[in-house]
Design a protein around this ligand. Structure first.
Ligand code: DGL
Length: 281
């Protein structure tokens, strides 16, 4: 790895398109930063895979970005953040590795009035207890209920974000949380890259008194803070450059991206890469 330079891009990876919600937040917070986004579209979804597989995928994605020289690595995928931050940080001690779970947990503890916090995420994220543990570390008296909602990933990718049918599906999936009459939630963490796309349907089902926490914005703020502290903020003026790498289906990536990303991505901007040859320990 070359010596870190403030002009180098921030590397961002996700299992596919959903991490573009985090890229959006990074673009808004730091418009002049250069960014490289890698979507492992060949192996999505991560949310139903074992931790062993997700750690291996994350290590290969990190290797592909580090080979291109980055100054900081953002794991935008909640499922990968839940299991791979520590392995990645010990593999690359010279590079700051940041995930979305820590900032999301922190934000939920800040906004929760009564500490009754719900987490919705993929099956793997819920099973790994990453959000539950992170929230309880910050607020040991919190009561945390986590519910897997992997079906929302497909809804969000297909552009089914609102309407009567979507709300019926959302209501059915969230039923274990809404039926907790004695321990009514005051905060709900959207612990998956795709869920902000369904925010209005989720809010409608949960009710106005439940605060929804989207970790994308808090992650962007944490990344900015880290860059300032390490004197790695890009001081060059002008809009930063964004590059896109995918491991499969650039056409689908460009099309589905419109559900998650505020800017239009043109097909020639997307490079198809193979990351499976990277040998990881
Ligand atoms: N990016 C994943 C997450 O945030 C959702 C999609 C997947 O299952 O890979 O957990």
């Amino acid at each position: 790895m070359t010596e870190l330079d403030s002009n180098l891009p921030i590397g961002v990876f996700d299992s596919g398109v959903g991490g573009l919600t985090v890229l959006n937040a990074l673009r808004k917070a730091m418009p002049n930063e250069n960014l490289i986004y890698l979507g492992d579209t060949a192996r999505v979804p991560y949310g139903t895979k074992s931790s062993v597989s997700v750690v291996k995928y994350a290590e290969q994605a990190a290797a592909a970005l580090i080979e291109r020289d980055i100054k900081l690595l953002v794991v935008a995928c909640n499922t990968a953040s839940a299991v791979a931050i520590e392995p990645l940080q010990s593999l690359y001690p010279q590079l700051k590795v940041m995930g979305v779970v820590g900032p999301g947990a922190e934000a939920s503890c800040k906004v929760s009035a009564e500490g009754r916090i719900g987490v919705i995420a993929t099956e793997s994220t819920v099973k790994n207890n990453a959000y539950q543990d992170a929230i309880l570390r910050l607020n040991p008296s919190a009561s945390v209920t986590a519910q897997p909602c992997s079906l929302f990933v497909a809804l969000a990718e297909e552009g089914w974000h609102s309407g009567e049918l979507v709300e019926r599906i959302v209501a059915e999936c969230l039923q274990p949380l809404t039926s907790q009459v004695s321990d009514h939630l005051d905060t709900l963490v959207l612990g998956c890259t795709h869920f902000p796309a369904l925010k209005s349907a989720i809010s409608h089902v949960m009710g106005d008194d439940v605060v929804l926490v989207d970790s994308a914005e808090t992650t962007a703020a944490a990344v900015e803070k880290s860059l300032v502290e390490s004197n790695l903020i890009n001081k060059q003026p002008g809009a930063g450059d964004v590059r896109f790498l995918v491991t499969d289906g650039p056409e689908r990536f460009a099309r589905v991206a419109t559900n998650f990303y505020d800017e239009e991505i043109q097909l020639p901007e997307i490079q198809l890469v193979d990351i499976q040859h990277f040998k990881v320990p």
